[in-house]
Design a protein around this ligand. Structure first.
Ligand code: ZN
Length: 154
């Protein structure tokens, strides 16, 4: 949650850069009940600055689950693993969709930690994504460049 005022122009830039998709689970904000919001990837309490290159556009579910977390443990390790960073990382390096396009599967330890902390595959998220897949809304077209390594701009 941001405490610093983020100017409207900067908010708009972040929203448009994300194509109005959650930069973590890739849901389009029109397909969420609560929408998405501009927030710090590294929270202000950890020293995250309020700049274009440090802000992301998470859905409320991902953002609420992420909170101020920047790292976690994965099973079998005792060393903290950083979470996925939408500004520095490419989504398809850390995640992929399963064959049904519903489960978000981690490819890396950072992806695994992020998927668990943000609850990507919690039952309510899976059911919501399943309904969106059936309706042809997930993954949204604007997410293709993030999912497919062969898409231009990925
Ligand atoms: Zn999300």
């Amino acid at each position: 949650m941001s405490t610093t005022y983020i100017p409207a122009e900067l908010r708009r830039l972040v929203m448009e850069r994300a194509a109005r998709l959650c930069e973590y689970c890739l849901i389009h904000e029109d397909d969420t009940f609560l929408g998405c919001e501009v927030d710090h990837v590294v929270s202000e309490k950890h020293g995250g600055p309020t700049r274009e290159d440090s802000l992301a556009y998470p859905c409320m579910t991902c953002n609420r689950n992420k909170g101020s977390d920047i790292a976690s443990l994965v099973p079998g390790t005792e060393t903290p693993v950083r979470l996925f960073h939408p500004r520095r990382d490419r989504w398809h390096d850390h995640f992929r969709l399963d064959r049904d396009g519903i489960n978000i599967v981690a490819r890396t330890e950072a992806g695994e930690a992020t998927a668990r902390i943000l609850g990507f595959n919690a039952l309510d998220c899976l059911l919501e994504r399943q309904a969106l897949v059936l309706a042809g809304h997930y993954p949204p077209p604007a997410a293709r460049r993030l999912i497919d390594v062969n898409e231009p701009g990925s």
